[in-house]
Structure formats: C-alpha cells, structure tokens
Design a protein around this ligand. Structure first.
Ligand code: ZN
Ligand code: ZN
Length: 371
C-alpha cells in the first residue's frame, strides 16, 4: 500500500502509539470521573455521527430543528471524521457504487483497506453534485469551512473540563485518545466487518450484512444489509427488538418535536420489494442448476409471488378505502383487512420457507459467486 495522505496517516498512527505508550501512566492516574468522561464523549461523538452525519445528512431520513443540527455538528467534532459535507459526499458515493472501484471504501479491495487503509491512500475527486442539497444548508457549510478551529475548540474545551475533575493525563487519555480510538474503529467496522461478517436478508446481491454484535458497538449501525437495501429509512435495526439506540433517540426526539418527518419503509412495501428481489435473483440461478425439482420450484416461486402481490395490492386498496368509507361499511372493510393480513402473513412465511429451501438445496452461496 502506497501512503498518499501522510497527515492523516501520521495522526492516526501517532494516537495509536500514544495510546500504548501512555497506558501505564493512565492506569496510575485512573479515576471514575475519567471513565465517565470517556463514556460521555464516546456516546456524544459516536451518536452525532450516526444520527447526524449518517442518517440526517447523508441519507435525509428525517428533518431536524436547527438546534438539533448544531448539537450534532459540534458533537461530531469529538469523532474527528472531518466535516459533515465531506463525510456525506464519500458515503453517498459508497451507496451509489457499493462493491465497485468507485466505492471509496470498497470491501472488494480487502478488509484492511475498507477498515482504514483507504484513509491513507484515497485521492478524493470531490463531486459537488453529490452534496448540492447540503450546500444549501448554512449550518453544514459553516461547519465545513471552519472544521479545524471548531474541532480544536471543542476538544480543548472537553480537556479543560476534564482537568477540573481528574489528573490532566487521565483527561487527555480517556477524554481524547481512547475516545477517538473507540469511535474511529466502530465507524470503520461498518465499512469493513459489516460488509463481511453476518447475514444478508434484504439485499442478497450486496456485500453488506446484518450483525447484532456490530450493532451493539456502533449505536445500531450494524444492521447494514437492511440499511443498504432501504437507505432512507431512519431505522437500521428494523424490528422493535433490534439494538439501534440511534433509532430510539430519533423516535424520542420526534415525540419532543425537535426532529420530524421520520422516514420508515412500510412493512408491506418492504416485503413486496424482497419478494421481487429474491425472485429476480433465484430464477436465473435455478436455470444453471437444472435438475428434477427445478421447474417445480420455479412454478411455485411464480405462484407465490403472484398471490403475494395480489393480496398486498388488495390490502393497500382496502386500507385506502377505509379512510373515506361510511360507518357501516368500515366494519366490513376492517374484517376484510384482518383476513387479508392473515393471508399475506401466511404467503410471506411460505415464501421465506421456499427461498430458504432453494438456497440450501442448491448451495447458493455468495462466496460461490452467487447469492
Ligand atoms: Zn456499506
Ligand atoms: Zn448509509
């Protein structure tokens, strides 16, 4: 690997070395306020990236009050990942060209490259068309223009506050070195491990995976396969029990009224998309693995897709009718909706069973070059 971005390399290598070199001194000066300082700055910095840089600026999955924007724009300087404008530019490129050479942190170039190697070699050709909307946001533009003084100011402020409650070395170690290390690696895990280690349910054709362990380390961003499939959804962990504190924070903020317009993919729409995607992926593969059951499976896939689609459409129509129907008719429509929901659930279950059976029977694995 040929290093091109020497200043970034020196900064990252430097703080890793300092982290090791100062560890014995930190252990001697450790105090509980130091642990609290680490935790507070880790959560504020990390969640400013996930709520702000990622879900607000890169994906526009909700609308935020300017006060909320200022909190995340300043809080994100604790993460030291450069400005929201640059971050969103690179991330939008990643989504638009995932797994190709135009993806700035493509996993195809290896785990190490996607994790942090790209930072040392990547020669950004800035394309303003990717951030036209952000260039109209004066807060984002301000943060981009004055990133360095803002970052120095916020980090120096945190250090000064830390010194009031603990040994200066502990404040520097826990409130800067360790915090930056932890936030950096958790963000980088999304580009590396979350494209390798986990399951692919929503977009089987992509390298991105869902992984609960990574979600725990990254404030909910580990459900990366879902995220690549439905990037504008404010949730990454789509089920209520998925560990996604970023989603919970945004939901709570929307109840308070400081953010609004949370975008969430409707469940029926989500399942419809998945059925279409699965079928498009499986049909040509089955032609390659022809045996005594292939045509039977293909017919079944056709039938199930058709019945899922027609039931989903009927359900959507009934839900639409409900809004304008008279009181007497509403009762009847509600019964119909209940029946259709039950049928749709059963069809969805049958679809999952059939596709899982097909994948297992023909060993259709992504590593084998397929799913
Ligand atoms: Zn990704
Ligand atoms: Zn994203």
């Amino acid at each position: 690997m040929k290093i091109r971005n020497w200043s970034i390399f020196c900064f990252i290598a430097g703080y890793h070395l300092l982290l090791l070199a100062l560890l014995p001194l930190f252990i001697r000066t450790f105090s509980w306020p130091a642990a609290a300082l680490f935790l507070a700055t880790y959560v504020i910095g990390g969640m400013s990236i996930t709520t702000g840089y990622h879900r607000l600026y890169a994906h526009k999955s909700y609308i935020a009050h300017p006060v909320f924007e200022w909190v995340v724009l300043l809080g994100s300087t604790l993460a030291l990942q450069w400005s929201a404008r640059i971050w969103a530019h690179d991330h939008r490129l990643h989504h638009a060209h995932v797994d190709t050479d135009d993806d700035p942190y493509s996993i195809k170039k290896g785990l190490w490259y996607a994790h942090m190697g790209w930072l040392f070699t990547y020669q950004r050709v800035f394309q303003p068309k990717y951030v036209r909307d952000l260039d109209k946001n004066p807060r984002v533009v301000f943060q981009d223009r004055h990133y360095l003084p803002l970052a120095i100011g916020v980090n120096a402020g945190v250090f000064a506050i830390g010194c009031l409650f603990m040994h200066p070395l502990a404040a520097f170690y826990a409130g800067f070195l360790l915090r930056v290390f932890m936030i950096h690696h958790s963000t980088w895990f999304i580009n590396s491990l979350a494209h390798v280690w986990g399951s692919r349910t929503f977009a089987r054709e992509l390298s991105a995976v869902d992984n609960a362990v990574l979600a725990f380390l990254t404030f909910g961003e580990g459900y990366h396969n879902y995220h690549h499939a439905f990037a504008s959804d404010y949730r990454n962990g789509v089920r209520w029990y998925h560990f996604d504190p970023t989603k919970w924070l945004l939901w709570t903020a929307s109840k308070i009224g400081i953010v609004k317009g949370l975008r969430a993919v409707n469940r029926i729409h989500l399942q419809r998309t998945l059925v279409k995607k699965d079928k498009k992926l499986l049909m040509p593969l089955l032609n390659q693995y022809w045996d005594d059951m292939t045509s039977e499976i293909q017919t079944k896939l056709d039938e199930l897709e058709e019945s899922f689609e027609s039931r989903a459409q009927s359900l959507m129509n009934r839900l639409g009718e409900l809004k304008t129907a008279s009181k007497a008719r509403r009762r009847f429509i509600k019964l119909e909706i209940r029946r259709l929901k039950g049928e749709l659930r059963a069809t969805w279950k049958a679809w999952l069973e059939l596709t899982e059976f097909t994948v297992e029977r023909y060993h259709l694995t992504r590593d084998g070059g397929h799913i």
